[in-house]
Design a protein around this ligand. Structure first.
Ligand SMILES: Cc1ncc(C[n+]2csc(CCOP(=O)(O)OP(=O)(O)O)c2C)c(N)n1
Ligand SMILES: [Mg+2]
Length: 431
């Protein structure tokens, strides 16, 4: 709009110049006023005559929106989302069930039963707070540490286990590393390992939804480390310029494997980048499930109503190691981890809130701990008994017509197993 006005004005000046011949008249039109505003097509604020560089941290840091304090007390009643008891219980039960599943699958990896695992310890509030604020058909692009979003949508423990064990009941047929879940029914796009590739993909999906008038939004989760990838820039800029209904949800958990945020970026976190792209942005306390809920809900409402992207930076802490391939004691102190585990945990904060309302008590906590553990162990034991998918499935589903090279490999493997099958644990695999 500003650019169009500037262009019209420029055209008018040229026409006037052609009409008038006197030098004084021409000068008056070329330099209308010292208070003239810049007409550059790419930016239009005021001119200044002082040489000042913009300070990256003009404010004392972009503030962190929260609803509850660490004791689960609502700070400002106008911000209480007033969720009914059953919704709050679902938030709590999902967070704690995820925590229990994490413990059992982490141990299972340590015992050599599965190849790899990533826990979600400390970030449970970012998962369920955002999941609860979305419509169930909104499309989710995750990074890998968002299992709680899928769990909140009702993904059963048996399928979590099936994926991590890669057994014959895994919808992905055991071809992916553990924690690379996906569910078409629950609108959760399958996780892929290369960082940040989901960001431009999410924007493309949101653009398609806008063109379809689908009344849906896309949410794209990523870590503060992934935000350093070029794909993050491409995604943010496309989303802003194409007015896409996408929520960029950054889980800023302090680390990208061993790289702390102090080495990851120099600006004020990820949220500070939003205004640079022209994206409405907010920083929230990711350990406050209600703050995450409120911010996501409002961003989701506006993203769909107004077709525009939003950026939410949820501040939290990765309490676990990066993955089972990492030992974080090499780069951070036990005291640091202890602080977040004991003093500022999203689960205990919500529990305090529920206790304060009389919706929870010691007896119910004890009973739920027992019950949730029983559920996880039952799914775990059932998964242990399942066979692995048939080795022949290695070669299907990528090509519509199997190319000759791949067919040769498939037949070669079958021949090899016919001849030397006794040297392999084939009894553990489907035929
Ligand atoms: C393109 C690419 N580079 C490097 C990696 C290896 N890698 C896997 S996870 C990770 C750290 C990501 O950190 P962050 O985005 O903060 O997520 P977090 O693990 O903290 O949840 C790295 C470097 C990768 N998977 N893909
Ligand atoms: Mg991180």
């Amino acid at each position: 709009m500003a650019a169009a006005c500037g262009m019209r004005r420029g055209l008018r000046l040229l026409q006037l110049r052609g009409l008038r011949t006197g030098h004084a008249a021409r000068q008056q039109e070329e330099f209308p006023s010292p208070a003239e505003r810049p007409q550059f097509p790419g930016a239009s604020a005021a001119f200044v005559d002082t040489l000042d560089f913009i300070q990256p941290n003009v404010l004392a840091g972009i503030p962190v929106y929260r609803v509850m304090d660490r004791q689960g007390q609502i700070l400002n009643p106008s911000q209480d989302p007033q969720l009914p008891a059953e919704t709050v219980l679902k938030l709590y039960k999902t967070m704690t069930l995820l925590n229990t599943m994490d413990r059992i699958l982490y141990e299972s990896q340590r015992q050599g039963r599965i190849s790899f695992y990533m826990t979600n310890y400390g970030e449970e509030g970012t998962h369920v707070g955002s999941a609860a604020a979305l419509d169930p058909t909104d499309l989710v692009f995750g990074q890998y540490r968002e299992a709680g979003v899928l769990m909140y949508r009702g993904y059963p423990l048996d399928l979590f286990m099936a994926q991590c064990y890669g057994h014959a009941g895994d919808p992905g047929k055991g071809r992916q590393m553990p924690v690379h879940y996906g569910s078409r029914d629950l609108h959760f796009v399958t996780i892929s390992s290369p960082l940040a590739t989901q960001i431009p993909q999410a924007v493309g999906a949101a653009y398609a939804m806008k063109r379809d008038n689908a009344d849906r939004a896309v949410i794209c989760y990523f870590g503060e480390g992934a935000a350093s990838e070029g794909d993050a820039h491409a995604g943010f800029n496309f989303a802003a310029t194409l007015d896409c209904p996408v929520l960029f949800f950054c889980r800023n958990n302090g680390y990208a494997i061993s790289t702390p945020t102090s080495e990851q970026y120099r600006g004020d976190g990820i949220v500070a980048r939003g205004p640079g792209y022209g994206i409405l942005s907010i920083r929230v306390d990711g350990n406050d499930v209600f703050a995450v809920y409120n911010a996501t809900r409002e961003a989701r409402r506006r993203a769909v109503a107004e077709n525009q992207p939003f950026l939410i930076e949820a501040m939290t802490y990765r309490i676990g190691h990066h993955s089972t391939s990492d030992d974080s004691s090499a780069y951070r102190s036990v005291d640091e981890v202890d602080y977040w585990d004991k003093q500022d945990h999203p689960i205990s904060r919500l529990r305090h809130y529920m206790l304060g309302r009389g919706w929870w008590d010691e007896a119910r906590e004890k009973a739920w701990r027992k019950e949730s553990r029983r559920q996880v162990l039952e799914a775990f034991e059932a998964a242990e008994r399942r066979r692995k998918p048939s080795p022949q499935l290695l070669f299907s589903d990528v090509y519509c017509d199997t190319p000759p090279g791949l067919a040769r490999q498939r037949d070669g493997l079958a021949r090899h197993l016919r001849l030397y099958g006794e040297h392999y644990p084939l009894a553990l695999f489907d035929k």
